[in-house]
Design a protein. Sequence first.
Length: 381
Amino acid sequence: MSPPGLKERGLPTIASLVAAHRTGARSPEQTVRECYARIRALGDPAVFITLRSEEDVCAEARALERDARPLLGVPVAVKDNIDAIGMPTTVGCPAFAYKPGKDASVIARLKRAGALVIGKTNLDQFATGLVGVRSPYGIPRNTLRADLIPGGSSSGSAVAVAAGLVPLALGTDTAGSGRVPAGFNNIVGLKPSPGLVPNTGVVPACRSLDCVSIFTLTVDDAFAALAALAGPDPADAYSRALPLGTPGAVAPGTKLGVPLPGQRLFYGDETSAAAFEAALARFARLGFAIEQIDIEPFYETARLLYEGPWVAERFLVAQKVIASSPDALHPVTREIIIGGARTSASDAFAAFYKLEDLRRVRDHVFRRIDALLVPTMPTVY
């Protein structure tokens, strides 16, 4: 049975809230009050690491002018590796925690767009992991089945949106940390192109690859949030002026690349395999051309993130707390990150050369297709 949709659950979207706030059909304060009521009703203390006072957020809501800002009065939850004034940044590790002196660029842009930040959400420690269970602040409950993991590393942000606590949340995504928990909780998870959204004020996982990600209930909502966040930032050397694009109809015959049948890894999960086949059939009925490709070079590229020298970027961030308080890290997280200290310069250059070779393969594949279509995750545990 499919999970209930937005209409059945009565969850408001960003678009519906902003429209109501602009016309006065509802007030931003009313929206905030309902948001906190849903948080209390859910009763899951592991979703937020820090939750702002309801009265403080309501005071900000009352101060908003009724105008055309794109996120007017929208409550937002933010992953706790993103700096926001007035709340500590912990990255899921109390020994690392600090009080930021200014908002991250994405927080400042949210506020300029009229959004109301209500709190900081749980995560796999140091944004390292895809499971959502490596945090001293508890494990957020999967909104579909309590016996399943929530996914990570942006676990709290995904659950906050899927449970209807907020219509918008920010996470980060380096190797799936935004898309995986979104998939596990049946919501939209958008990873922007690297550099499109600035990372200033975000604690890095892999600084050269990190992206601030977006969680919403609909694709239109995700694009509205992306439009409010996108644009270069002089303080972020990795940010770039990239075209945002415009949502619209897909041209007939658009080619979607899918893995060869023998390369579709579902680890024995026949339900997931059948769901993917059904999705392929639906895309074909919609007029897309399905073309099978060799996905192994993409798998090889993905393995470089956790098995290659890019793990050294994680060590750069956590090395001081590992030296002073190694037990403050989850054992699995600590072992992954310490692996970055064992990387040599020759290892790094060998991986860089390999990556350039794989980019050539990618370019060749994308001369045949317009986009890749793959499962977000092969199964859930």
